[in-house]
Write a protein that binds this ligand. Structure first.
Ligand code: ZN
Length: 347
């Protein structure tokens, strides 16, 4: 279903369903002016997404000679239909270089062996990792083929009719996530950088050290933009974007303190063990009952928080068959240091 959500620039939204996924939907935004069209993100490579996306685009009657596709970041709920949608059409696909490179590595399959090794060292069994090969949406719903793209970097301008949109690089959620900003209307497409009903997942990347530190820095920078309209990639925006940024920062700070306490109680354990001791919204389920793919995201998130502590000299990781994390200082001192660092984010 296509809904017009903004006039001048004209922005439409297609509500693309994400079946069996806690994100629930993807907001595919379409900007249109003077026959030029820019589509932002696509949904997973699965029939339900394709059907919704194509039905919405049909309704819009876009001129495919003048239609481009912007991919905010590499995740398959944003890129899954990119090659299928643009094949045989003259339009460009825009994405950051680093996310395009990682995505192509995932499509080729060569990345997963290394990723599996990382998660094995963090506590997953070989059997669980085998099961995740099909049940993990990050893996099973990728674009059907490699695709060519035009790489965009921070500050690049994309024009849609008379409107100018500026690329805003926000590393953290992925190494190369890119938002789009229309300065004239103080309008921001926030991608997965700022979401309103859920907290964007921050995980570890071989290609990005200190993901959480980078994410928090990107939030601070993002706060510097004048925004009257903020359009997230999932669900709704029901609150002030600046207030939401503060909430997300606070969430991670609380989570870091919790990580310090758990690490102090269980020194020398891997990220899975630490994750199982943290609070997650699991709708009454225990850690073991939590779906495996959700545990996979939770362990990645925990590893990112541990990495944040390591990068600031508060913890260390002993690498081996399985990783063993421990604090380098008493928990109370770590938390005092964290609070000092946080004051910088709160200003
Ligand atoms: Zn994402």
């Amino acid at each position: 279903m296509l809904t017009k959500i903004h006039e001048g620039p004209d922005i439409f939204k297609i509500d693309v369903p994400l079946p069996n996924n806690p994100l629930k939907n993807l907001n595919c935004y379409i900007i249109q002016d003077n026959k030029d069209t820019l589509i932002i993100d696509t949904g997973f490579n699965r029939p339900e997404c394709k059907e919704a996306l194509l039905a919405g685009l049909d309704e819009l009657q876009a001129d495919w000679e003048r239609t481009n596709l912007f991919l905010t970041h590499l995740h398959s709920d944003h890129t899954g239909l990119a090659p299928a949608l643009m094949r045989g059409k003259p339009g460009k696909i825009y994405i950051s270089q680093i996310d395009h490179m990682i995505l192509n590595g995932s499509i080729r399959g060569e990345r997963w062996k290394e990723v599996d090794e990382i998660y094995f060292r963090e506590g997953f069994t070989r059997e669980q990792l085998k099961e995740l090969r099909t049940s993990n949406p990050a893996r099973g719903l990728l674009p059907e083929s490699l695709f060519e793209a035009e790489h965009v970097a921070d500050g690049d301008k994309i024009h849609v009719g008379r409107w100018e949109l500026r690329c805003v690089s926000v590393p953290g959620h992925t190494p190369g996530q890119m938002c789009l900003y229309c300065a004239e209307k103080k309008l921001m497409f926030t991608a997965d950088h700022v979401l309103f009903d859920i907290t964007p997942n921050i995980t570890t990347w071989q290609e990005q050290k200190d993901s959480l530190g980078k994410y928090l820095d990107s939030l601070v920078r993002f706060r510097g933009f004048e925004m009257e309209t903020a359009l997230p990639a999932h669900r709704q925006n029901h609150m002030d974007v600046y207030e939401r940024i503060c909430q997300i920062i606070e969430h991670h700070l609380v989570r870091l303190e919790e990580t310090v306490d758990t690490l102090a109680a269980f020194p020398g354990t891997h990220a899975m063990q630490i994750a199982s001791g943290l609070k997650w919204s699991m709708r009454g389920k225990t850690w073991e009952e939590f779906p495996l793919s959700q545990r996979w995201f939770a362990v990645g998130e925990t590893a990112a928080h541990l990495d944040y502590l390591i990068c600031r000299g508060m913890a260390k990781k002993k690498e081996g068959e399985q990783n063993a994390y421990c604090l380098l200082e008493p928990a109370g001192e770590c938390k005092m240091r964290l609070r000092k660092i946080w004051d910088g984010y709160r200003e």
